[in-house]
Design a protein around this ligand. Structure first.
Ligand SMILES: Nc1ncnc2c1ncn2[C@@H]1O[C@H](COP(=O)(O)OP(=O)(O)OP(=O)(O)O)[C@@H](O)[C@H]1O
Ligand SMILES: [Mg+2]
Length: 581
């Protein structure tokens, strides 16, 4: 990352976030004056200490000066503490603001944008990248103010004690600055590398945890251990590299300080002998110079913090700047659902980063209140068709209308409100049964939830759970059976009570008793609603008013079950091989 980019990101950080905290930053600036002043006064006090206490043996000073020294240290401690707390709070608040923005940007982004990155990368943005910004605000800014001010005050004191010697000490500074600049660039690069590795590691770890059963059955513990070993080793190496670069300034600075002090003592020897400088000035100067060592070192490494913050901010801004193409537009009218007629006209869709059309030239019409089934081989494009209706994706060609309204021209929230979806892979939260169902309607009463569950043939098994509706079901409902999960997700759809139902039937077969329960639930759910169902079960298909047969993204046949059995070879094939199973 070059200097211009670093500057650009830091300026944006300033205008977007830091500027709002200017009063607090000014407060910590004032406190930094306190730190600088008290540090310098410690060095300055040595001058009278030696002169009045040691040389002139002044009795009052014997008491006053030690007291003053204690006061100076105490002031330094308190002002530093206060300045740090102020900026840690500012940093914390800024971090939270950025994390909230990231979360909201991720929540509204397009389905394909989210799917184009591993979830671990997003976690890494929220945790690690924002962390870089935090250390910039809470440490970087404070160090910049406190150390530069301390340095200035100490240098002034050095000039006051002896300007010739001070001049000599100042000459050393550009060398230190030069060394630090090259380190800053390198640290920016390694930090980027480390963040990418962090993202990979997070991705890997989430997958390893999710796949625990698969790892066990394939007995790939050793393979996974080796894989994690590789990732962790890489991670360790970059961490060490960063650490090494960070402290690479130390030997350089130590050496320069050594040079300075040696030269200074050598030169001071002459001046003291010739009477040009007193011992008291010498000690005060030496202390100032020793105290200046810490701020110089800290300032020299400060640009690394800046580079790291810019690198983190760059990745965060990229996510924040991404504009979704499917989004809520306030001026769009709400959709008006009458009977709920759905029509697909010449609809084609290609997934991003693929060439082949997943669905081609689809023409479908579903009468309001009727049930239409989609059947076809795996990969035929059934789920794709269903995903186009709530606008998870927009087709590149063609038009989809509901009651003659183009779904891209109505308010997105009103469209999604009128659609319930029970998908092939059910998503449940690690929360109670009742919270999972209430997700469809946050203000639903207890009775509504119980009624939805009765409707979805779920209330019997829920009552037998350890804590009934308040049972925690575990990550993605791990403590429930397949059929139970399905019925909970159906109950959720029942509670939403939308006029349009999309149903992607799970392919996994249930035992006949659960099967009939789930079927009952579906019959209840879809009563008098426009339903588009991807059917794998004969019971669903025989209930459908119309069936569309899909093959390689195209609709090849349509009709009722009996008509298709007579006319459609593909349907007959599917029926005998798959549907009857
Ligand atoms: N997110 C995606 N990105 C790229 N290609 C995809 C994506 N989802 C599906 N596809 C491709 O689109 C085609 C249709 O997939 P779709 O999921 O619609 O099939 P399906 O008929 O629902 O199959 P199944 O019965 O197995 O669920 C497939 O060839 C698949 O590879
Ligand atoms: Mg599917």
């Amino acid at each position: 990352m070059n200097f211009e980019t670093v500057k650009k990101h830091l300026i944006r950080l300033y205008h977007g976030y830091i500027k709002n905290y200017l009063p607090k930053i000014v407060l910590s600036l004032l406190l930094s004056f306190g730190v600088a002043g008290s540090t310098a006064s410690i060095a300055w006090l040595l001058d009278p200490a030696i002169e009045k206490m040691f040389m002139e043996k002044d009795e009052t000073m014997m008491v006053l000066i030690p007291v003053a020294i204690v006061l100076a240290f105490a002031t330094k401690g308190i002002t530093l503490y206060l300045a740090k707390t102020v900026l840690i709070r500012v940093g914390g608040e800024i971090v939270m603001i950025i994390q909230k923005q990231l979360a909201s940007s991720i929540l509204v982004s397009d389905t394909h944008t989210i799917e184009s990155k591993h979830s671990g990368e997003y976690i890494s943005h929220i945790m690690f990248d924002v962390g870089q910004v935090f250390s910039f605000v809470s440490n970087g800014i404070l160090n910049l103010m406190k150390d530069s001010m301390t340095l200035i005050v100490l240098v002034v004191l050095m000039f006051y004690q002896n300007w010739k010697l001070a001049f000599f000490a100042i000459l050393m500074m550009p060398i230190a600055a030069f060394a630090a600049k090259s380190l800053g660039k390198r640290i920016g690069k390694v930090t980027t590398e480390s963040t990418l590795l962090n993202a990979r590691l997070t991705s890997y770890l989430t997958e390893m945890l999710k796949a625990s059963r698969m790892i066990k059955i394939f007995q790939q513990e050793k393979f996974e251990l080796d894989r994690s070993d590789v990732e962790l080793t890489k991670n360790m190496k970059t961490k060490i590299k960063i650490g090494a670069i960070m402290i690479r300034a130390t030997p350089i600075m130590e050496f320069l300080t050594g040079l300075m002090i040696a030269g200074f003592i050598y030169y001071a020897g002459f001046m003291i002998r010739s009477g040009e400088m007193g011992i008291n000035n010498f000690f005060s100067f030496l202390t100032a110079m020793m105290l200046a060592y810490q701020p110089v070192r800290s300032l020299a490494t400060l640009n690394m913090t800046f580079y790291q913050a810019a690198a983190g901010a760059e990745r965060v801004f990229k996510v924040l700047d991404h504009q979704p193409s499917i989004k809520e537009i306030d001026t769009d009218p709400n959709i008006e659902i009458g009977t709920g007629n759905i029509e697909f006209k010449n609809v084609s869709y290609v997934y991003p980063k693929t060439d082949a059309q997943a669905v081609k030239n689809i023409n479908l019409s579903i009468d309001g209140g009727s049930t239409v089934a989609l059947v076809g081989h795996s990969g035929a494009g059934k789920s794709t068709i269903i995903n186009l209706l709530p606008r998870f994706y927009d087709p590149q060609e063609g038009e989809i209308t509901i009651d003659k309204q183009d779904i891209t021209k109505v308010k997105l929230s009103s469209l999604r409100k009128s659609i319930s979806m029970v998908s092939q892979d059910i998503v449940l939260f690690d929360d109670t049964v009742s919270a999972n169902i209430r997700y469809a309607k946050m203000d639903a009463s207890e009775e509504e939830i119980i009624k939805a569950c009765e409707f979805a043939a779920a209330s019997d098994f829920i009552k037998n759970l350890p804590k009934s509706y308040e049972t925690l079901i575990g990550e993605n409902g791990i403590r429930l059976s397949g059929g139970q999960k399905q019925r909970i997700s159906i109950a959720r759809a029942v509670l939403k009570n939308s006029p349009i139902i999309l149903l992607d039937e799970a392919t996994s077969s249930l035992d006949s008793e659960s099967e009939s329960k789930v079927q009952n639930a579906i019959v209840n759910l879809t009563k008098n609603k426009t339903t588009l169902v991807i059917a794998h079960r004969l019971s669903t298909i025989s209930r459908a008013d119309k069936i569309f047969v899909l093959n390689q993204g195209k609709i090849v046949d349509m009709g009722t079950h009996n008509e298709l059995l007579e006319n459609s070879i593909i349907y007959k094939n599917l029926y005998s091989k798959q549907l009857s199973a």
